[in-house]
Design a protein around this ligand. Sequence first.
Ligand code: SAM
Length: 286
Amino acid sequence: MEKLSNPQVTIATIKKYDFSFQKKFGQNFLIDEHVLNKIIAAAGVTKDDMVLEIGPGFGTMTQYLCENAREVVAVEIDKELIPVLNDTLSEYDNVTVINDDILKVDIDGLINERNGGKPVKVVANLPYYITTPIIMGLLEKHVPVDNITVMVQKEVALRMQAKPGTKDYGALSLAVQYYAKPYIAANVPPNCFIPRPNVGSSVIRLNLFDKPPVEVGDEKLMFSIIRASFNQRRKTLQNSLVNGGLPFTKEQICEALSEMGIAATIRGEALSLEQFAKLTDLLKNA
Ligand code: SAM
């Protein structure tokens, strides 16, 4: 079968199955061979790898993954796509398609069963409506993953890799950078998809750390402090923390900030991950 990255093959498949794109599932299928090759190269997929693909759609990227990986497990929520995938992937014997919601799949169990618990690579053109829960789910649950290489909305990719003091820096930057080192591998325009999304896209690779780059006594508390700090971006850090529903008095917060030499006028976006970790430890011991 000629590859689905050829737009004519994708159009013929839409007609053959009388397929209607489901907006609610974030369906924008890739039709650009150059972009697909870039994703595979960015992910560094080899014949030693098991790859978990989230949302295979018609199987466009799955075809490339099957040719480059040892084994591919693809999880697709839309049951209408299962017969299409049986057809478009019929040439490959190293792929398993699971019809399920990725947010409900026991990914740890799957990796244990299929890869003896060894780390897998996650590669996907993600449904944009659930990008953050999918990525944070993989990171927070410490699923054995070597790297995550995914197409996301360009704006989200910029937020994930943003540094302190920039307009894109926020809770997502800190959450991602606590677990992984992000790197934007490509920017992808809307005309590389059918149907065209109304936003630009980027391929981002997240290299997972063996251990976080900072030490903190209470991870959960640190993320509550980070969320409170960015909830009201125009307020000072001190005001955001005092009004952020945290279990500390105004005096404890002011004292911790002053001990760190942080001026009362500073905003949350000025603080690095290291400073949030230190602030958390000071407040925890207050
Ligand atoms: N990989 C294909 C491609 O690049 O052409 C399709 C990508 S499309 C942006 C996202 C895919 O994710 C769709 O096939 C959609 O049905 C699927 N999807 C959406 N929500 C999902 C979920 N919760 N679990 C698994 N798949 C999902």
